[in-house]
Write a protein that binds this ligand. Structure first.
Ligand code: F6R
Length: 609
């Protein structure tokens, strides 16, 4: 989702801004732009294409400068069109005094637009951002830092903004409320960006701005005030941000590469786990785990499905009651808080606005025991939670999450064992068996990846369908949900998942010869019931595509296609089964020729509500 980079320096910053935008591309965007202070004027270049095209555009017109801002936009207000792309200018492009980029949503933009229109401002876009640019211009009285502090008081909603002004050539002012923003400190130059990764290679001295902060960036100084306008000291951290995605190597897409990285990154995530130890989740984790008597998991999308899987594990192994909530619902609904709850947020990016808001909401209800399972150690989520387990999936470039999901599951299984141990429900022998199974995961996943040729053969069938059903039971039901989400996200085939027992209560009406029904069939205690559900499908002509454990005695036949999973993996089976569903989604999308790594309308890091 939208990315911001800004710089004030004594050298040409165009390459820094462009490189920063490239590093933010993974978040998803549909247009991009750069604005610079050039010979006493504000100049900009915008594009609805990729950052690489913007870079060419900038080189063609020779746009260089020492002070400027840049942006990747993911459309919320107004179509993905050049005139809606940031930076926005005010009062207008020919005579611009203010240039501004924004991430977030301004809820009172209609009211402000009416007010500014009455003052004579002419709007050139449908964005809520242009409203802020005109507001800053209207309030400007010679000091940009002062003006921005006053202007943000008029904004309702979420924002991270970076602004500069024609009349103050060596200054960028930025502010945040509800959207991420960091400051990067250099030698006689300073930067602002949506995350530290955008500045990798430029500076590793990072300040994480807090809610309501406004920062003044000049050549040799930065000055921060807090939400009340008081000077604020913020710690400077040395951050070794990932320097971006590695090369594709032999793979056609990042998603394929990331699916195949899973054996390694699960190994990395569990590296150093020599036993079940609460301290793996942070200092003081034992005391926290000892005090809590229930778990509340908050997450969105794929991360929510890893939470749903964890519910099955935690309730069955640790015997601790678990509630899993979609963050965007939880944050607004009335619920019954209990201070003896462990609030667990799960997030690949650590910046998802809904999950951060749900966490804040839980805390405001008096639930102070917070833990995050997160892939980005420097993210807001990790900073906001008392305890953390950092998954080590590495940078995930494909918008559809794969390796981040399975590493979350690995971390959540470890959490399950830890809660079980703290509650006296894990014998030494059980601990050793579970750990052995976890250590064997990388080779078990490698065996699933070897099924790729068989899955490609199925994908050719799927590519011609417009609908699909996914069935699972027990802890494989969330895996069915994740399989359906992966398929719809990247192939645009409409897919729904159901617990198999629910089929006869409605969705069976959809089943005809045209309906492929993907069935996850581990050899567990529900296998005979699942076989009956499969009969219900076949009786209506539905085509079954079954991922069956080697020992589940389901064989291919008329309308029943079976791929045998290499082994029955017991409690950790969801981690293996989801890998085959990721491959099915990937190859179906490939056969349909979609943009696998950047599916339409989706962003990698969802930093707006
Ligand atoms: C789907 C996907 C999304 C994310 C969701 C939450 O493939 O990646 O559903 O899981 O947007 O994002 P995070 O995990 O960053 O909080």
């Amino acid at each position: 989702m939208c990315g911001i980079v800004g710089a004030v320096a004594q050298r040409n910053i165009t390459p820094i801004l462009v490189e920063g935008l490239k590093r933010l591309e993974y978040r998803g965007y549909d247009s991009c732009g750069v604005a610079l202070h050039v010979n006493g004027k504000l100049e900009r270049s915008r594009s609805t294409s990729r950052v690489a095209d913007l870079e060419k555009q900038l080189a063609e017109v020779g746009l260089d400068g020492f002070t400027g801002i840049a942006h990747t936009r993911w459309a919320t207000h107004g179509a993905p069109a050049s005139h809606n792309a940031h930076p926005h200018f005010s009062p207008n492009s020919d005579n611009a005094r203010i240039a501004l980029v924004h991430n977030g949503i301004i809820e009172n933009h209609d009211e402000l637009r009416a007010e500014l229109t009455a003052l004579g401002y002419v709007f050139q876009s449908q964005t809520d951002t242009e409203v802020i640019a005109h507001l800053v211009d209207h309030m400007y009285q010679g000091d940009l830092f002062d003006t921005v502090q006053q202007a943000v008081k008029r904004l309702h909603g979420a924002y991270a903004i970076a602004v500069f002004c024609r009349e103050e050539p060596h200054r960028v002012v930025a502010a945040r409320q509800g959207s991420p923003l960091i400051v990067g400190l250099g030698q006689g130059e300073n930067f602002v960006a949506s995350d530290a990764m955008a500045l990798a290679g430029t500076t590793d001295q990072i300040i994480y701005l807090e809610e309501g902060d406004v920062v003044d960036l000049q050549l040799g100084r930065t000055w921060i005030v807090d939400v009340n306008g008081r000077p604020a000291e913020r710690a400077v951290k040395t951050v070794h941000a990932h320097t971006g995605a590695a090369e594709l190597g032999p793979y056609r897409h990042y998603m394929q590469k990331e699916i195949f990285e899973q054996p390694r990154v699960i190994g990395d995530t569990l590296e150093g786990v020599t036993g079940v130890m609460p301290e793996l989740f942070g200092d003081g984790a034992y005391q926290v785990f000892k005090q809590i008597d229930k778990v509340l998991i908050l997450a969105c999308g794929t991360s929510y499905y890893s939470g749903l899987t964890a519910k099955y594990w935690i309730e069955s192994i640790a015997k601790v009651p678990v509630n899993v909530e979609i963050a965007s619902e939880y944050r607004y609904r009335d619920s019954v808080p209990d201070p003896k709850t462990l609030v667990v947020t799960i997030s690949q990016s650590g910046e998802t606005a809904d999950t951060l808001a749900a966490l804040k909401h839980a805390r405001s209800l008096g639930m102070e025991h917070t833990l995050t399972i997160c892939n980005v150690a420097t993210s807001a989520m990790v900073r906001e939670c008392k305890l953390a387990y950092i998954t080590r999936a590495g940078v995930e470039v494909g918008v559809a999450s794969t390796k981040a999901f399975t590493t979350q599951l690995a971390a959540l299984f470890l959490l399950t064992l830890t809660l079980a141990q703290v509650n006296g429900r894990l014998t030494d022998e059980e601990e050793s068996n579970h750990l052995k199974a976890m250590r064997h995961l990388p080779s078990a996943i490698t065996a699933v990846l070897a099924l790729e040729p068989q899955i490609i053969a199925w994908a050719d069938d799927f590519a011609r369908k417009e609908n699909a059903l996914f069935l699972g039971r027990g802890m494989h039901y969330p895996i069915a949900l994740e399989g359906a989400l992966k398929l719809k996200e990247i192939s645009y085939i409409h897919a729904e998942a159901y617990p198999a027992g629910e089929l006869k209560h409605g969705p069976l009406a959809l089943v005809t010869e045209e309906m492929p029904v993907v069935t996850i069939a581990p050899n567990d205690t529900l296998i005979e019931k699942l076989k009956s559900n499969m009969q219900e499908v076949r009786a209506r002509g539905g085509q079954l595509y079954v991922f069956a454990d080697a020992d589940s005695r389901i064989t291919s036949g008329d309308g029943v296609h079976v791929i045998r999973m290499p082994e029955n993996y017991g409690q950790l089976s969801p981690i293996l089964h989801v890998v085959s569903l990721q491959l099915l989604a990937y190859h179906s999308a490939l056969a349909r020729g979609t943009d696998v790594d950047k599916p339409r309308n989706l962003a990698k890091s969802v930093t707006v509500e």
